[in-house]
Design a binder for this molecule. Structure first.
Ligand SMILES: [Zn+2]
Length: 330
């Protein structure tokens, strides 16, 4: 009897604990995820139903339905929709001798294509290749936050400080998050928290591609490291994070950050092929570089470089920092 008295409450406790745990686990799983297949690079100019010129840079399938990821070559904004929503000829130009054709001249002179070609042309320095600051006069700075793979929880205080500023100013804080697929897989709750902030209109996130695995060997020289390792599957490194973002109802942007900011000519030309603009930095705070007007600021949000966050927090509190979306750098 004594045993039953002891054992019964124990089993009730065990049962309730399991119930609580499974409820918690289920609540953290997003059942609305979609499954994408055959995600691949394309380059197909097209028009939306209003006759706006767009460029499809990825094609994929959800079930049997073909989809495009398109970029607006004037605003750099991306959008994903069934391929059937787009037309390959401009339906508003009826009666032309070449009805609705786009020309290469028209495509290559769009702001997006000009920037893509400018930032994938030589010379090709190994370090910090890409956009380091705004191309024209701006009244603010661009915050880029790298999420390389990390065993630690993210910089919670830093992200919450950004949200607090959004709440104070009643407008979302723009930032570009350089995302790796591995960070996303290993930090599902933190990734969900970030997407919740987007929904709540506190963070305006530009998802920048930072490769899937961000391979790094501390015992290899830099010129054989990161994406320069010969074993890397570069196509998958580029495409897999984008695909995972779309499966979570997030839009990949046309911006890319090289892991370690290390690249070579071959990789940069691959970026051109994939339609991705390399984003470097002239204000990597942890390296002692100061942010100026127009700077692309670089910090790590994955807790792997606390010095950068330590340097950034006072700027957020006391300076006239005016953060801008990355697309405004062009
Ligand atoms: Zn990184």
């Amino acid at each position: 009897m004594k045993t039953i008295k002891f054992v019964l409450p124990f089993f009730v406790f065990l049962f309730l604990s399991c119930l609580c745990l499974s409820t918690w686990a289920n609540s953290s799983i997003d059942n609305n995820n979609i499954v994408i297949t055959d995600y691949h690079q394309i380059f197909i100019p097209c028009y939306d139903k209003n006759g706006n010129l767009l460029i499809a840079i990825r094609m994929y399938f959800i079930g049997a339905t073909p989809y495009y990821l398109v970029v607006n070559p004037y605003t750099f904004a991306t959008e994903s929709a069934p391929a059937a929503n787009f037309k390959n000829r401009n339906i508003s130009s009826k009666g032309n001798t070449t009805p609705g054709y786009y020309t290469w001249d028209q495509i290559k002179n769009t702001p997006y294509m000009k920037v893509l070609f400018r930032y994938t042309s030589g010379p090709y320095p190994m370090n910090n290749y890409g956009v380091t600051h705004a191309e024209h006069a701006v009244n603010g700075e661009f915050l880029t936050v790298d999420m390389c793979p990390s065993a630690k929880p993210f910089e919670e205080q830093f992200f919450k400080a950004l949200v607090a500023i959004a709440n104070r100013n009643h407008q979302p804080v723009p930032l570009a998050i350089s995302l790796t697929g591995i960070w996303m897989i290993e930090h599902p709750k933190e990734f969900n928290w970030l997407t919740q902030q987007e929904k709540a209109n506190t963070l305006q996130i530009t998802w920048t591609n930072h490769t899937f695995s961000h391979l790094y060997y501390p015992d290899l020289p830099i010129n054989q490291n990161f994406l320069l390792t010969t074993e890397s599957n570069i196509t998958h490194e580029i495409l897999d994070t984008e695909k995972m973002l779309l499966e979570k109802h997030q839009l990949p942007s046309v911006f890319f950050r090289f892991p370690g900011l290390v690249s070579n000519k071959k990789l940069v030309l691959m970026m051109r092929h994939f339609g991705l603009i390399p984003i470097a930095s002239n204000a990597w705070l942890a390296k002692g570089q100061q942010a100026k007007i127009g700077s692309i600021i670089l910090v790590h949000g994955n807790s792997n470089e606390p010095q950068g966050i330590k340097d950034f927090m006072p700027m957020l509190q006391y300076s006239n920092l005016n953060l801008l979306p990355l697309s405004k750098a062009f």
